[in-house]
Design a protein around this ligand. Structure first.
Ligand code: MF3
Ligand code: CO
Length: 255
């Protein structure tokens, strides 16, 4: 069921989104060559806890996973597309890092992700990240009342196609509210003018994930969570929680 939020509920979701943005910003600030992924997870955990919020990913157990999620963040390095579990790995020069964070505040969820490099960046990684961010902006720009779900997916896929990047079609964005994953599904591909009509008060997590090289085949890691590209090429992910309003898209996951 697609839930519509009132203006007051959107304001409450804005505060949840603010905590997510703050946790992500602190994580990005601390990320550097030599830093362990589980250290970054601890930083996000502290920000969320200090804000009186609750991590949304920790112990989350969706149908596709064999075990509850064991961390606060997903940290997906290099050939990991999404759902990388933070471990004792130390970031290396030139790594491409995607960090995904979710939290609940006062019963409302926020979900956001950002990609960046540490150390000396590879130009191809910067281009991939840039395309993923442009796709997110294009998807958000299409999130207006009267538009349809296919307009969002089409806007995202057009940027991927132009750059020759692959997208993962088994995963995508989602409705979000009192629960992190709600209806409707928000595919990263679509046909303009097709699908659900977008209404004021609908809140969506829009999350393009792009793979360099254009091959979107993937395999699931032994941990049952991390999705690796099949050919070892690198991937980037960007996500915001966005409300559809009469005044246009309202991004909830900023500080
Ligand atoms: N943004 C991710 C998603 O919507 C967060 C899920 S990670 C999980 O798929 F660990 F909680 F599953
Ligand atoms: Co999400």
């Amino acid at each position: 069921m697609v839930e519509i939020k009132t203006p007051a509920e959107l304001d409450a979701m804005r505060e949840a989104g603010r905590i997510v943005a703050r946790a992500l910003q602190a994580t990005v600030k601390h990320a550097a060559v030599g830093v362990r992924l589980d250290e970054l997870d601890e930083i996000a955990a502290t920000v969320i806890d200090d804000a009186g919020a609750t991590p949304a990913f920790l112990n989350y157990h969706p149908h596709f996973a064999p075990t509850p999620y064991p961390a606060v963040l997903c940290i997906s390095v290099n050939d990991v597309i999404v759902h990388g579990i933070p471990d004792r790995y130390r970031l290396e020069d030139g790594d491409l890092v995607s960090v995904d964070c979710g939290a609940y505040l006062d019963g409302w969820a926020g979900d956001s992700a950002v990609s960046f490099t540490v150390g000396l960046p590879r130009p191809a990684d910067l281009a991939l990240i840039d395309a993923t961010e442009r796709a997110l902006r294009a998807g958000i720009a299409a999130a207006t009342p009267g538009n349809r779900m296919g307009d969002i997916g089409h806007a995202i896929a057009a940027v991927a196609q132009e750059g020759g990047y692959g997208t993962n079609i088994d995963f995508g964005g989602h409705g979000i509210g009192r629960r992190m994953h709600e209806d409707p599904h928000v595919p990263n591909h679509g046909r303009p003018g097709r699908g659900l009509v977008l209404r004021e008060g609908l809140v969506l997590a829009i999350e393009p994930m792009f793979v360099a090289g254009g091959d979107s085949d993937y395999r699931t890691a032994a941990d049952g969570w991390a999705l690796h590209t099949l050919d070892g090429s690198r991937a980037a992910h960007a996500e915001h929680t966005v409300a559809i309003t009469a005044d246009g898209p309202r991004i909830l996951t900023t500080e």
